[in-house]
Design a protein around this ligand. Structure first.
Ligand code: MEV
Length: 311
């Protein structure tokens, strides 16, 4: 819980995006950026009133007012408050439509803040499962990985299953913090679009695409071992191969490829897109020279960067 309000965590997917939608494993971790929500009682019977605040204190245009309203309305209904009316203030540190899980973080923050406002106690599992329903409004067919990390806020190995919870999760504990540079392409990309494009390709040629998903799944298994050993050289190589396979799935973009090349040239042990792709964000694992040369090279090419740690 943040000061005044409740937070949902942004995330990066280290390995396994897209194939995770088809029941393969993926590894994700929270980043230091969050979405915070404050909820107060509004006028009974009225639609939710949502205000999105920018870091500088100005009101920003929500990326999709319609989607935010549908999410807030669903949350109120599921919490048994369909007619209560809520006023929501949202403070997001996360860039939107960038593959960093802003929509799931928004849902989690809103669920927690709404529950608190109406004195409803929810377990983390309940928060995550309601956020998963919200993600279906935003993304169509999400795997559930984004809402899980947005809720629990720790690194996990995730697999979608037929279990009642819908997934299996294992914690990933690394012996040392692993620095990761995040770079933004500056191109907004909707995960729903890239997920739909991969689905269309898979439906045309299931065997061809299942083979790629299986290869990514085995990289993820090796990646979980590498993380537990703190082996960043191995992690980097696995990320590079995963990027090649994401490119094969046609979810990379010219900007992402350029950023990956810049990061590797500046000493990254591995670099790949993260999240839905098609724009959005790239991640790079720093080598012995550290994160700064990678950030400087990306900034020099005009890209915004963030630094996070897997811990
Ligand atoms: C989005 O962060 C990750 C995807 O695999 C979609 C999903 O898992 O829901 C592209």
């Amino acid at each position: 819980q943040g000061a005044g309000g409740h937070v949902g965590y942004g995330k990066i997917i280290l390995l396994g995006e897209h194939s995770v939608v088809y029941g393969r494993r993926a590894i994700a971790a929270p980043i230091g950026l969050t979405v915070r929500a404050e909820v107060g009682r509004g006028t009974p019977g009225q639609a939710p009133i949502i205000t999105d605040w920018d870091a500088d204190g100005s009101v920003q245009e929500p990326i999709s007012a319609d989607v935010s309203h549908r999410v807030a309305t669903l949350i109120a209904a599921r919490l048994g408050l369909p007619q209560s009316g809520v006023r929501v203030d949202v403070f997001s540190e996360l860039p939107r439509a960038s593959g960093l899980g802003a929509s799931a973080a928004f849902a989690v923050a809103l669920i927690r803040a709404t529950a608190e406002c109406f004195s409803i106690r929810l377990s983390d599992e309940q928060v995550s499962s309601l956020a998963f329903e919200c993600e279906k409004i935003v993304h169509g067919t999400p795997s559930g990985i984004d809402n899980t990390v947005a809720t629990f806020g720790r690194p996990i190995l995730f697999k979608k299953t037929d279990a009642p919870s819908g997934h299996e999760i294992r914690d990933i504990v690394t012996p040392n913090p692993i620095p990761i540079v995040i770079g933004l392409t500056g191109m907004h990309a909707l995960t729903s679009h890239t997920v739909a494009a991969v689905r269309a390709a898979w439906q045309q040629r299931p065997a061809r695409y299942d083979a790629i998903f299986d290869q990514i799944d085995s990289l993820v298994g090796e990646g979980a071992d590498a993380l537990r050993r703190g082996d960043t050289v191995e992690l980097g190589e696995l990320m590079n191969i995963n990027q090649g396979l994401l490119n094969a799935l046609q979810v990379s973009s010219p900007e992402l490829e350029q950023m990956v090349a810049i990061a590797r040239r500046a000493g990254a042990l591995g670099a790949k897109l993260t999240g839905g792709g098609g724009g959005g964000a790239m991640i790079a694992v720093a080598g012995s020279a550290g994160a700064e040369p990678i950030r400087a090279a990306l900034r020099g090419a005009g890209y915004t960067t963030y630094l996070t740690e897997i811990r």
